[in-house]
Design a protein around this ligand. Structure first.
Ligand SMILES: [Zn+2]
Length: 111
């Protein structure tokens, strides 16, 4: 269940980055399609996300372009801090959403 929420959150982040890119290109004076489509998909995801998680994401988004970062080889790919083993075990269990103690980003484990 929570794992699923995290998947949605990662998808939301991808969409937000794409939307931002389109806006950046538009700001340069180019006409770009697809903004509406992306926004529609984004709305669908937001509906499915639980509210506390969403507000956490929105808060982090003010600080980082990518508020959710993968963990690889026990290291947060946001700030490259090593994740303590205790945290690692909990994050792996998919029962809770964990944040990096170094940078505060939401951590995402994948195989
Ligand atoms: Zn970090």
């Amino acid at each position: 269940m929570l794992n699923k929420q995290l998947d949605l959150l990662v998808a939301l982040q991808d969409l937000d980055i794409m939307i931002k890119d389109i806006e950046d290109v538009k700001a340069l004076g180019f006409d770009v399609d697809g903004r509406q489509k992306l926004q529609g998909a984004r709305d669908e995801i937001v509906k499915k996300l639980n509210k506390p998680l969403l507000s956490r994401y929105n808060l982090l988004k003010k600080r980082y372009k990518r508020p959710i970062v993968p963990v690889k080889d026990d290291v947060c790919l946001g700030c490259f801090m090593r994740i303590p083993t205790s945290l690692f075990t909990r994050g792996r269990s998919d029962k809770e959403v964990l944040t990096c103690e170094g940078c505060g980003r939401i951590l995402y484990w994948y195989d």
